[in-house]
Every structure is written in structure tokens, then in C-alpha cells.
Design a protein around this ligand. Structure first.
Ligand code: 7N6
Length: 310
């Protein structure tokens, strides 16, 4: 199958200007246009997009490429029924998310979040004598050992941390001392000073960290979420933070985004809130372009697609 008319949906603007991706694809084969209206959509065989909209189904596209790794907002069954292929952008976020998680852990260990808050009040304050620690020798459990989890594990290992992890199909993974199956979740998280969530949002991972899992965590543990908000029962997390049964949390993703003004998470000293920005990277569009080009080539050659979800 040859794609001759490729659209870049304006929703990619969430991450980069549509024109930079269009320009990066101009010599890829198809004519490439930026798509905003249904008429423009109707003139496409395939679409690169951030959002999912129902009009994409009506347009009967041959292929949709999501510029996100997490595609839980797409209707897999309806796309499959219609014969529309769906691919995602998994695999391109390891370095950016890995560095972000290393940053969160360093902020907590070295008290940098507190120092920054102090600076905003022009306050010169040495940390309480027993507050600061080093990551060297601390433990991390990474839940999900795909691109993100492995990139997190590699950086944690380089910082001298003891890394364990959970993988649906356990196998030896570089930089991870012990890989547990999902059934051993409680055992795996109970030991860890840091727990990082790096799983896709699926039926199996929705609410994975709820009240009983939070109760298993050490009371000096930090929870990090760079997966999807729905992986944690957010109200149970707020309760755990308010009752100090957890030392803190770094959260990039939330049940509702943007995080609503009234959320108590905004105001907690031991919570780092970032705006679904762990994967932000000025090179993002180039990496998407590489995936799109590869799949245009494969479609042309009647080969199976890379990163195919549906
Ligand atoms: C950037 C999203 C993904 O699913 O959540 C990540 O690709 C990055 C807004």
C-alpha cells in the first residue's frame, strides 16, 4: 500500500509546531499537508496526530500515527473493525524521561525542591541536619521495564542505586538486579526508597497503585509517576501524603490534566508537580519523523509496521 496524501493534524501543536514535522517529511514520498478541518482530513490517506477525534474514523484513513507512546485514548476495536492501522511513538522517550526521573530523585535526595522554594521567598536556610541524603546506595523499584523503565534503571544504576523492577514477562534486564513478575508487586515495592511507574495505561494497570499498595510502601519512600494518572488511585495517594505514610511524590501525570486548581497536590511541599512534560524534548519532531518515514517505507514494501498497536 502506498500512502500518497499524508496529513499532519494541528493537534501535534501540543508538542511542536505542525510545520516543523511537515517540513521534516516533505521528501518522504507522499504530499504532506497540515490538517485542521474535516475537508482537509478527507483529502488524506494517513494522518499523524496527537489527539484522537471521532472524525478520524469517518475519514476511513488507511493509517494513523500517534506522536505519543501512550495511545489509551484511541478506540482500538473501532479502528480494527474499519481496517485503519494505528502506530505509536514508543521508543523515543527513554533519554528525556530517564533524565527527568533522575532529576526528581536528585531533587528529593539533595533537597533541591526545597532550596528552590526558599529562593522564591529570598530565604537562606541550611536543610535540617537529617533531611539530605545521597542516592548512592538507595534503592529504586521500576514498575514497567520497557523503553522508559530501562532508561530510568540505567541512570539510577549510574548514580549508585540498587535497582529492582517489575515486568509482565520477567527476563534479565541490564542495570536491574532483580526483575519481579507483576504478582510480586507488593514484595517488590515494600523494600524500595523510590518507586517509579513506567507502564502503559491498560485494563491491567488502571488503579495498579491503590490504598493497599501505598500501605506497603516504606514511610520514607518517594513515588514517581511518569506513566499515566490512571495508574495511581489519586485520592488514595493524596490521603497517604496527608497522613505522612509516604515521604513524597513526583508526578508528571494526573487523573485529570491539567491538574485542577483545587487539587491539594499543588500545595504540598513534598510533592513535585510537572505538567506532563517528562518527555519534552526539542528533538521530538525529528524522532517522530524517523518513525513515520520508516512506516511509509514499510507500507510501500508491504512489510509489517513498526510500533503497530492496531
Ligand atoms: C508528551 C507525552 C507519551 O505518551 O506521555 C508521553 O508519549 C509523552 C505530552
Amino acid at each position: 500500500m502506498t500512502i500518497s496524501r499524508l496529513g499532519v493534524h494541528t493537534s501535534v501543536e501540543e508538542l511542536f509546531p505542525p510545520a516543523v514535522l511537515r517540513d521534516a517529511l516533505t521528501d518522504a514520498g507522499p504530499t504532506v499537508r497540515i490538517v485542521e478541518t474535516d475537508d482537509e482530513l478527507a483529502a488524506c490517506d494517513a494522518l499523524v496526530t496527537f489527539d484522537y477525534e471521532e472524525s478520524f474514523l469517518q475519514a476511513d484513513l488507511a493509517w494513523i500515527h500517534s506522536i505519543l507512546a501512550g495511545v489509551d485514548h484511541f478506540p482500538f476495536d473501532a479502528l480494527a473493525e474499519q481496517g485503519t492501522l494505528l502506530t505509536n511513538s514508543a521508543g523515543i522517550h527513554g533519554d528525556s524521561v530517564g533524565e527527568t526521573v533522575a532529576g526528581y530523585m536528585l531533587m528529593f535526595a539533595r533537597g533541591l525542591h526545597t532550596q528552590r522554594t526558599n529562593q522564591l521567598h529570598q530565604e537562606w536556610a541550611y536543610p535540617p541536619w537529617d533531611a539530605a541524603f545521597t542516592l548512592d546506595g538507595e534503592s529504586l523499584c521500576v514498575i514497567g521495564l520497557g523503553t522508559l523503565g530501562r532508561a530510568i534503571a540505567m541512570r539510577a544504576d549510574a548514580l549508585g542505586m540498587d535497582v529492582t523492577g517489575i515486568k509482565r514477562t520477567p527476563m534479565p534486564i541490564d542495570h536491574v538486579e532483580t526483575v519481579y513478575p507483576p504478582d510480586d508487586l507488593h514484595e517488590a515495592v515494600a523494600e524500595a526508597r523510590f518507586v517509579a511507574l513506567a507502564v502503559p495505561l491498560t485494563d491491567r494497570t488502571t488503579g495498579l497503585i491503590g490504598e493497599s499498595e501505598l500501605r506497603m510502601l516504606r514511610d520514607d519512600a518517594y513515588l514517581i509517576n511518569v506513566a499515566r494518572g490512571g495508574v495511581i488511585e489519586q485520592s488514595a495517594l493524596v490521603d497517604a501524603l496527608e497522613s505522612a505514610s509516604l515521604a513524597g511524590a513526583a508526578l508528571d501525570v494526573f487523573e485529570t490534566e491539567p491538574l485542577p486548581d483545587e487539587s491539594p497536590l499543588w500545595g504540598m511541599d513534598n510533592v513535585i508537580v510537572t505538567s506532563h512534560a517528562a518527555a519534552a524534548n526539542r528533538e521530538y519532531y525529528r524522532r517522530v519523523a524517523v518513525l513515520v518515514r520508516e512506516n511509509l517505507r514499510r507500507l510501500d514494501a508491504n512489510e509489517s509496521l513498526t510500533n503497530q498497536v492496531v
